[in-house]
Design a protein around this ligand. Structure first.
Ligand code: ANZ
Length: 984
């Protein structure tokens, strides 16, 4: 009775499905646990072995928690709106809904094959109208809310309207609005408000709504016909596709995430997420503490407000710099400087914000001719414009202090402006000093104070004088929400006499209409403008063209649906609510969230934002969506490459110039080529090459084995790529040509490729499909092997060398239960040695799963199986608990053995074995662990461990990841029974 994964796995997958083994109830006496994966975008390429890495880890935790007596929520779904399906639709005319459906079916098949314990009854798809009904509903809630800065929470907009109706609005110092909200609303009283009329009232309210329409600069990607979010733009081009992106002023829907900046920043302290993700969120939010103050402009009413983090340096200001787009520029520029300033403004408008920030070396600017007055000394300060000052940050103007800020210093040097000294004993002849250590000089009432104290003092004086105040600024910008694309949620807004109104709840979902093409219209309107039924009557909903009010034509961005999906899983079919409050209260936060680190400032920020918003309105009780976050590392592909010389010109022969290729694992020099191949060339009537172009190509890894292309596959290369048909493949002893080897000298005829670790991707021909592994060796082997590759958070190459060891381990495990005659277990009492193996394994597996160290659990299993094998143990009392321990990792084999052990119920709910320390008198060694020679911590490791096991143990330890600082270890030195040193 051999272990046969194929039969077992299909049997149990079918059983789980039929029995709904993983269905989860929203009512239970048990404590609950919510473990979630970031749901995938179902792409056309299907899953490769890198994708399930995180899913396997979360599945292990989900199964472990079930054994531990938890009611576990472990769902899966699809983030199924998105650009690739739309791009494909544009190219092929295939409806994105159809391709999405096909891709989902393929994903599902692949996921099922791996034996995940998802509760599929809870599946959500963001592109399903019954799902996006609620995404649209949340949008309408945002539209109908404002931020009460005093209470630090969102509230219904009617509260604000009531206030305007009773008290009017007196500027920024409003009861609700004591925050630093930016607006240019002229104060009004209650009577004036009532007299404004709806249109004007609505315009005012847009300054407060959390979803609002405004003219903003956007990242416009003409090639894709859409606006992109900041994080979708890298180095001035779109992240996807690499198309150029320019800045353009457009009317846009945005979400006022900036209102939540402070909470998003502070609450990071309360969640257990990777420090690097928290740090990128902190940087993205970009909190800076300082002051805002205004400079009067000489001979004008105008005042220039500036934001500074260094009010202490106020007496070192020698000029002001205003962003070229600043609205004051045209007002203060003198006639004499008008032309030059206008030319400069035009120049700057063609440079993206990113270019402007990145390109610090290029110093440009123009004098406006205007002078500001220093608020304390009354000195004249020239006002310049310069594009190192960004319009969208702070006030869009800076007080330039060359001695304290390097950009100001460079600007001053370049334009020959003064560099006054305000720091005692600091040399500023070469560069600015950005520290706050020195004591102040030449600074009136600040003299003698250090920067730290002077900052506080100066703010006090500014406030006394009424010209400035302490201020906190955030780099975070509001999130642009409208896309000029088809395959997304329609924004549920219509326009009545030009005023934006949201759809009533009962008219949702606003279903994505059919269009003839997925492209913008010829006059540049978004694809939804092509829809025929696309007007709205507030009484009856959508009506035929031309008879109602026009509907918004942009759709929501990719991140809308994923900002709240974790809540929908709790009650996926709820019809009255996106989730009932009682059910949301039952499940609370996601206990463990696993997904890629690439979402650090996108999804992971937006879903925190929406959670806080929904909390503010009282729909849910939590303010943070996920307690613990793990970012799984990437599994990289191992590519096989060949070096090619492409012949550019040919001599010695007349006729057409064929393109000939030469390949080898190593580079071939033209000299080598000449010596070895000239005769071959003549004999085959090939041509002699004079010029080469040297390149590297990836070869489909299925054509190689251990970096060798077999003779059989040599002939297949020609079919694999057309231009390889007539190519010459050089190796040590000669060359392959059209599938035949031609010897030139002594040496091997083996054609080698060069392996290289890089991203696993279809385009690199290095993809490993999990189905293939499941079919050959079984899903249990795949699951364990992926975990065995290394610590979950580290990047690691897919290296199939060890995989047979893993399937061998499962076979050995199986054999413990069987004799040649069949299933065979002894009911005898266990020996102390057997109990010791069992209990040390219980402890290790339990503790390591709790700290998410899955690779070390696998080693522990392997050791246990070897030891029990040596003890010839076939005792039920030892092997039965072992089945439960293994079941989170290898659920199929565990179910099969559990059944054979005589159980009628599935193993998935079997109680986790109890650990009894009294069986464990284990020798262990306390190893000092060093990093680059520095002792960092000690670790107790069983004395029986081999070098490899010690290494794995140390590498899997949490603190190791920390001390490695994201680097890969170069060398690990293990001195048995003494010390471990990691060199990185
Ligand atoms: C005077 C000063 C003196 C400054 C000094 C720095 C050092 P963070 O920390 O990023 O908030 N600044 C303000 N608004 C700006 C804008 N729109 N574009 C470019 N720079 C701007 O930086 C705030 C500092 O950056 C501010 O403090 C201001 O320069 C500049 F010794 O003011 B400082």
């Amino acid at each position: 009775m051999e272990y046969n994964p194929q039969d077992i796995e299909q049997k149990w997958q079918a059983r789980w499905k039929a029995d709904k083994t993983y269905a989860t109830s929203n009512h239970s006496e048990k404590p609950n646990y919510y473990v979630l994966d970031m749901f995938p975008y179902p792409s056309g390429a299907g899953l490769h072995v890198g994708h399930p890495l995180g899913y396997i880890a979360s599945d292990i935790v989900a199964r472990f928690k079930r054994h531990k007596g938890f009611n576990v929520l472990h769902p899966m779904g699809y983030d199924s709106f998105g650009l690739p399906a739309e791009q494909y639709a544009i190219q092929t005319g295939q409806h994105p809904a159809v391709t999405t459906e096909e891709n989902i079916a393929r994903y599902r098949e692949q996921l099922d094959r791996i034996g995940f314990s998802f509760d599929w009854d809870r599946e959500v798809r963001t592109s399903d109208p019954e799902y996006y009904r609620w995404t649209q509903w949340i949008f309408t809630q945002l539209f109908n809310s404002f931020y009460n800065y005093k209470l630090q929470k969102a509230e219904p907009i009617f509260k604000l309207i009531n206030l305007f109706e009773t008290e009017g609005f007196n500027g920024s110092d409003h009861e609700f609005l004591t925050g630093d909200i930016e607006h240019d609303i002229v104060p009004f009283n209650a009577e004036e408000w009532k007299a404004f009329g709806e249109k004007k009232q609505e315009e005012i309210l847009l300054n407060f709504r959390l979803a609002y329409l405004s003219e903003t600069y956007v990242n416009w990607c003409a090639a894709m016909g859409t606006v992109l979010a900041n994080e979708e733009v890298k180095d001035g081009v779109s992240e996807r596709g690499g198309y150029p992106v320019e800045r353009k002023l457009m009317k846009q829907w945005s979400l006022r995430i900036t209102a939540y900046a402070e909470r998003l920043y502070n609450d990071l302290d309360a969640i257990d997420w990777t420090e690097s993700i928290k740090e990128s969120q902190r940087n993205w939010i970009g909190k800076s503490v300082g002051a805002e103050l205004s400079f009067r402009v000489e001979g004008s009413e105008a005042k220039i407000p500036v934001f500074t983090t260094r009010p202490d340096t106020l007496f070192g200001v020698s000029f002001l710099v205003v962003a070229p787009e600043h609205e004051l520029v045209s007002k203060i520029t003198t006639a004499e400087h008008k032309t030059a300033v206008e030319e400069y403004v035009h120049y700057a408008s063609n440079r993206s914000e990113r270019d402007r920030m990145a390109d610090v070396k290029k110093i440009t600017g123009q004098f406006t001719g205007a002078y500001a007055i220093h608020p304390f000394t009354g000195a004249q300060i020239p006002v310049w414009i310069g594009d190192y000052v960004l319009a969208g940050y702070g006030t869009g103007a800076v007080m330039a202090v060359p001695c304290g800020d390097q950009r100001d210093y460079d600007f001053a040097k370049h334009f020959n402006l003064p560099i006054p000294a305000v720091f005692e004993g600091v040399d500023i002849s070469e560069k600015a000093d950005p520290t706050k250590e020195a004591r102040m000089i030449n600074s009136d009432f600040l003299n003698g104070l250090t920067g730290y104290d002077a900052i506080k003092m100066c703010i006090v004086r500014l406030e006394e004088k009424g010209i400035g105040k302490g201020k906190v600024n955030y780099r975070l910008r509001d999130a642009i929400f409208g896309r000029q694309r088809y395959w997304g949620e329609p924004i549920p807004v219509y326009y009545k006499d030009g005023v934006a109104k949201t759809f009533k709840d009962e008219h949702l979902p606003l279903v994505l209409p059919e269009v003839d093409k997925f492209l913008p219209t010829t006059d540049g309107e978004p694809p939804l403008a092509r829809a025929e039924t696309w007007n709205y009557d507030p009484e009856i909903g959508l009506v035929a063209n031309g008879e109602g009010y026009p509907v918004e034509l942009t759709t929501m961005p990719g991140w809308a649906g994923s900002s709240w999906y974790f809540l929908r899983y709790m009650e996926p079919n709820g019809v009255n609510n996106f989730v009932s409050r009682s059910i949301a209260d039952y499940w609370q936060q996601i206990d463990l969230y696993i997904g890629g680190a690439e979402h650090a400032t996108g999804h992971l920020l937006y879903f925190r934002f929406w959670t806080k918003f929904l909390h503010d309105l009282g729909y849910i009780g939590i303010t943070e969506p996920a307690k613990k976050l793990i970012n799984q590392g990437m599994i990289q592909g191992v590519s096989e490459k060949i070096h090619t010389l492409k012949v550019l010109s040919v001599a010695g022969h007349s006729g057409k110039s064929n393109t000939v290729h030469f390949f080898n694992g190593k580079d071939i020099t033209p000299v080598e080529f000449n010596d070895q191949l000239v005769s071959a060339y003549y004999s085959h009537d090939l041509k002699i090459a004079l010029n080469f172009e040297s390149n590297e190509h990836n070869i489909d890894i299925s054509l190689t084995e251990n970096s060798v292309i077999s003779p059989e596959n040599m002939s297949k290369l020609g079919e694999w790529r057309d231009d390889f048909a007539d190519a010459v493949f050089v190796c040590e002893g000669g060359y392959w040509w059209q599938g035949t080897f031609h010897r030139l000298k002594d040496g091997s005829d083996v054609f080698r490729t060069k392996s290289e670790v890089e991203k696993m991707s279809k385009s690199k021909w290095n993809v490993i499909n999990p189905d293939v592994i499941c079919n050959e060796l079984g899903a249990d082997t795949l699951r364990i092997y992926e975990m065995f590759l290394g610590p979950i958070e580290q990047h690691k190459p897919w290296n199939t060398n060890g995989i047979s060891g893993v399937s061998g381990f499962l076979r050995k495990f199986w054999r413990l239960f069987t004799a040649p005659s069949g299933f065979n277990l002894s009911e005898d009492a266990a020996t102390p040695a057997e109990l010791k193996v069992l209990h040390k394994t219980i402890k290790k597996v339990n503790d390591d799963i709790e700290r998410y160290s899955f690779n070390t659990v696998v080693s522990a299993f392997m050791i246990a199986v070897n030891e029990l094998g040596e003890l010839k143990c076939s005792k039920r009392s030892i092997l039965e608990p072992l089945v439960v321990l293994l079941s989170p990792f290898a659920p199929h084999i565990a179910e099969e053995l559990w059944e054979k052990l005589g159980h009628e119920q599935t193993v998935t709910q079997a109680a986790w074995p109890d650990f009894n320390a009294s069986y464990l008198v284990e020798d262990s060694v306390s190893y000092p662990v060093q990093f680059n020679g520095k002792m960092r911590f000690t670790l107790d490791i069983p004395a029986a461990y081999t070098r490899e096991q010690i290494e794995a143990e140390v590498l899997g330890w949490e603190a190791t990841t920390k001390y490695l600082e994201g680097k890969a270890p170069k060398k690990i030195i293990v001195v048995p029974n003494k010390i471990v040193n990691i060199v990185y």
